[in-house]
Ligand binder design. Structure first.
Ligand SMILES: *Cc1c(COP(=O)(O)O)cnc(C)c1O
Length: 305
């Protein structure tokens, strides 16, 4: 266990030099592990630790996700290195015959994950599926979609510490909201939290508040339509990589960084603010995104990670 999860890693914080009256830094949680990247590592930390401490007889991880899910990818790899069987419930029945072409799902499969494809309607009724599997595999660890629960939020505290204390703003993207809730919960009282939304979900604010217990955060809407990859964003991601040698993903961190640049331009952050953006990982999603973009004859992300 300890050889996989280590909470004492010094993650680099690097400045993104700007000719502006604010200072911007990025914390490279993406570098924490090659396969269990970024926030997924911290969200799994206590969930997996507590589970293994309980010494289950028939250990098994069961979790949920979409076709490009960073979480599915991370859990499948974790199962492989811990030698624990994994089951992934995947949204979209149509993927059943196509998954070998999908980089995320074929990675998961190659790590030994058993994939169950369910319709979008069934997927919406996750509690039903969860109960079914819980009955069938009482010893299993069932992990929510995106890995968000109270223990996941607790693990996010490792993203914060002495080195993040004197930033005025902490920024992260929001999927299910677990990561932002953790940042909100464990930050300093003086810090402001900005969450960059990636999905249309008007229960998010409430959910984050419930998980964190604090109202120190603000949610920001994306520039492009929810779930869409804009050419302008791909150009930004390619430019950012050329300029700063930091890879961003097209679902989460690329959108956030472009939006942060926009907010800085619009003077959203007061003069002399020190801003820290968390790079939460997600780089495994680039291959799948490029595959889609290529099919549509569009501009591609021009680096490999
Ligand atoms: C899953 C993920 C998020 C969203 O995290 P939540 O805790 O679900 O809000 C953000 N960035 C990356 C790269 C992710 O993989």
């Amino acid at each position: 266990m300890s050889h996989i999860f280590n909470s004492n890693i010094n993650i680099p914080i690097v400045e993104i030099p700007l000719q502006k009256k604010v200072k911007l830094f990025i914390k490279r949680e993406d570098l924490i592990h090659t396969e269990i990247s970024g926030n997924k590592y911290w969200k799994l930390f206590y969930n997996v630790k507590n589970y293994l401490d309980s010494k289950p007889k028939n250990s098994l991880f069961i979790t949920f996700g979409g076709a490009f899910s960073n979480h599915i990818s991370a859990v499948s790899f974790l199962g492989k290195i811990l030698n624990i069987k994994t089951i992934g419930i995947i949204r979209g029945e149509e993927l059943k015959d196509l998954f070998s072409e999908n980089p995320t799902l074929s990675f998961a499969r190659n790590n030994g994950m058993e994939l169950h494809f369910v319709s979008r309607e069934e997927y919406r009724n996750k509690d039903f599926i969860k109960n079914k599997f819980q009955k069938e595999f009482p010893d299993s660890l069932i992990i929510e979609e995106g890995g968000t629960n109270d223990l996941a939020v607790e693990g996010i505290k490792f993203m914060l510490g002495n080195r993040t204390m004197d930033f005025d703003y902490l920024c992260a993207t929001v999927g299910t909201g677990g990561t932002l809730a953790g940042i909100s919960k464990f930050c300093e009282a003086t810090q402001k939290i900005v969450g960059f939304k990636t999905v249309k979900d008007n229960t998010l604010e409430n959910r984050i508040f419930k998980l964190s217990g604090k109202q120190n955060f603000e949610l920001v809407e994306p520039t492009e339509r929810y779930g869409k990859i804009a050419d302008e964003n791909i150009r930004f991601i390619n430019w950012f990589y050329d300029e700063y040698k930091i890879p961003l993903d097209p679902i989460y961190t690329g959108k956030m960084m472009q939006k942060i640049f926009k907010l800085i331009h619009e003077n959203y952050f007061p003069e002399n603010s020190k801003i820290l953006a968390f790079h939460t990982g997600g780089l495994q999603g680039i291959a799948g995104a490029n595959q889609l973009l290529k099919k549509q004859n569009r501009i591609l992300i021009n680096f490999e990670t």
